[in-house]
Design a protein around this ligand. Structure first.
Ligand SMILES: [Zn+2]
Length: 219
């Protein structure tokens, strides 16, 4: 349920952005083991940030966890948060999918309502820059999870389209392996990339264990 990178741990959150925000400081977070030494980490306060979705800016509290022996403190990010981005991963995903001509549910464009054009352009650009890395890693993980890739291989019109297809293949592999109770495709991809789907560097924590995928159920 939780993925680590150098600065944060990302966990699968059943709550929507609005539901999480409504809980304020009482919003849940899973207790974690340190990604370096595997010892249990202690909660270490929280900080405030905002997540925009569907034209609403939600102030949220992000908990932190600290490992005493390593002396490191990490943010515990719910998987709808994209690092260094103001908008939720679902908002970003809806915009990028629409950009690439993917048919979306009615109302999906409302997820990125009010997002400035320059912000949209920055999403498209960053996604395109890393699309090939995303594509390769997502396909590798699909195989790791027992999924299948199309054969003969498809040759998408662009690396961005290939990455989008690979997200779908990963989601189908996860669903086949763990059942329907998994995050949607873009949140799942953001989860496995530790909230770094649009980060400056694509990083896929490895190996990925089953416990990483299930939802965190707060006590
Ligand atoms: Zn540690």
């Amino acid at each position: 349920m939780c993925y680590a990178n150098a600065v944060s741990l990302t966990w699968s959150c059943r709550l929507s952005v609005a539901e999480y925000a409504a809980l304020g400081r009482r919003a849940p977070a899973p207790r974690q083991n340190c990604p370096r030494c595997a010892r249990p980490m202690a909660f270490d306060g929280c900080y405030r940030r905002c997540v925009r979705e569907a034209g609403t800016v939600h102030p949220i509290f992000v908990h932190r966890a600290r490992c005493g022996p390593c002396g490191r403190s990490e943010a515990l990010l719910p998987h709808f948060v994209c690092r260094r981005r103001h908008d939720s991963v679902s908002s970003i995903g809806a915009a990028v999918l629409a950009r690439h001509g993917v048919d979306l549910d009615t109302g999906a464009s409302g997820l990125y309502r009010g997002v400035p054009r320059r912000t949209l352009r920055s999403w498209y650009q960053r996604f395109a820059e890393h699309a090939e890395d995303l594509w390769v890693r997502l396909e590798a993980l699909t195989i790791e999870w027992g999924g299948t890739l199309p054969f003969p291989p498809r040759y998408p019109a662009s690396p961005s389209k290939a990455a989008i297809q690979a997200m779908g293949e990963l989601w189908r592999a996860a669903r086949h392996r763990w059942g329907m109770d998994i995050p949607a495709a873009w949140p799942l991809a953001n989860l496995v990339f530790a909230s770094g789907l649009l980060a400056t560097r694509v990083d896929l924590p490895w190996p990925i264990r089953r416990s990483h995928i299930g939802w965190f159920a707060p006590p």
